[in-house]
Every structure is written in structure tokens, then in C-alpha cells.
Design a protein around this ligand. Structure first.
Ligand SMILES: C[S@@+](CC[C@H](N)C(=O)[O-])C[C@H]1O[C@@H](n2cnc3c(N)ncnc32)[C@H](O)[C@@H]1O
Length: 191
């Protein structure tokens, strides 16, 4: 089931809202990270810079074949051999990734879905102990140029509560400027 209000504007419009490299650095995605899963990769806005940064594999999952194809095309054009693209409905079917198989999960602009805790528990399942969860979402501000309707747009404290209920700890919150906040949480335990 496609996440409500998760359609995208054209890529030119979407990419104007982000400076991916700056955001990824702030959210702790650097070359110390090995494997990473991007839930709802969209145009690959973040997938591609992530693949240029991390040491291991990037699993780029999306329900829309066109989005997956676009991400794959970009990865191939840049000769990035570490991107595995997957067409899959992760709301209905989970990610399909093994337990404790990645070091970081990206839930970027996706947490306004109906059952956020189901997705957060899936993120928790596939993360290795000590792994990180990164969340980005539109500020809870009706003046942002896009974003889900305010009735379903989560506040950062709501995301933290859901994530804590799903097992995560140690939330750190960031202002990503100009229209988004970021949160990083940890799955505790020794690697
Ligand atoms: C708002 S976009 C965010 C894209 C990307 N994470 C970013 O921030 O640039 C949400 C993406 O999630 C995908 N999506 C929505 N529901 C999904 C589902 N049930 N399973 C997999 N992907 C889904 C959409 O196709 C879309 O590409």
C-alpha cells in the first residue's frame, strides 16, 4: 500500500528543497557506515550521495518502478556498483532484508504513513546492534512550500515517541534548514 500523500513533484522542484551532502553529514552518514537501507528512495536524491559516501551496500527500495529505475540509472551513470535497487511495497511486505543486516536505515520524508510504528519496527529488525535510524521530515509548519497536509504531518516529538515505542533510544534532533528537521536514533547493543 503506497504511503498516503507520498507522491513527488518533478525532480527539479524536489531537489531544490535539499542539500543532500550537508544533510547526510549532519545525520551521521559518513564513511564509517557500511550497509544502509533507503526506504522510499524516490529520485535517488539521497541514495546517490549516500552510495558515494558509505563503504558497503545501499539498498534503495521503492514501490514505484519508475523511481527505482531512475535511481538505478543514476547509479549506473556514476559507475556506483554498491546500489541494489528493489521494487517493493515495504508497508505491506516489509523490506525483505535479513535481520541485523544494515548499519543505518533512512526514513526520509515517509513517516506520515498510517502505521508508522510498523515501519519503525521493520527498521529496528534489519539494523545491526549499535546501528542508527535517520528520519527527515517537513517542518510542522503550514508555510512550507510542500509536505503532507498538517493533519497527517508528524511533529518531531511524535516521531521520537513512535521510535522509542519501537525500541530505539538516544534521539538527537537537528534543524536541517530550510524546511525540514532531522532525527537520529540508536538501536542499542554491542556490535
Ligand atoms: C515523498 S517521497 C520521498 C523520497 C526520498 N526518500 C526523498 O526524501 O527524496 C516518498 C517515496 O516513497 C515511496 N513509497 C510510498 N509508499 C511506499 C511503499 N508502500 N513501499 C515502498 N515505497 C513507497 C514513493 O513512491 C516515493 O518515491
Amino acid at each position: 500500500m503506497k504511503v498516503r500523500e507520498s507522491g513527488m513533484p518533478g525532480e527539479e522542484v524536489w531537489s531544490e528543497f535539499f542539500e543532500p551532502k550537508r544533510i547526510l553529514k549532519k545525520l551521521g552518514i559518513d564513511k564509517t557506515i557500511r550497509d544502509i537501507a533507503d526506504f522510499g528512495c524516490g529520485y535517488g536524491t539521497f541514495t546517490i550521495p549516500v552510495a558515494q559516501t558509505v563503504k558497503g551496500k545501499v539498498y534503495a527500495i521503492d514501490i514505484e518502478p519508475d523511481m527505482v529505475e531512475e535511481t538505478k540509472r543514476k547509479a549506473e551513470k556514476r559507475k556506483l556498483g554498491n546500489v541494489e535497487t528493489i521494487v517493493r511495497d515495504f508497508v505491506s511486505n516489509g523490506s525483505g532484508l535479513e535481520n541485523e543486516s544494515v548499519d543505518y536505515v533512512m526514513l526520509f520524508n515517509i513517516l506520515h504513513l498510517n502505521n508508522p510504528e510498523t515501519l519503525l519496527r521493520e527498521a529496528y529488525r534489519i539494523l545491526r546492534k549499535g546501528g542508527k535510524l535517520g528520519i527527515i521530515h517537513w517542518n510542522y509548519d503550514s508555510a512550507t512550500p510542500r509536505g503532507p497536509p498538517m493533519e497527517i504531518r508528524p511533529k518531531p516529538e511524535q516521531c521520537i515517541k513512535w521510535a522509542r515505542n519501537s525500541g530505539f533510544n538516544h534521539p538527537l534532533q537537528y534543524d536541517l534548514k530550510s524546511y525540514h528537521y532531522g532525527i537520529v536514533l540508536t538501536k542499542e547493543g554491542k556490535r
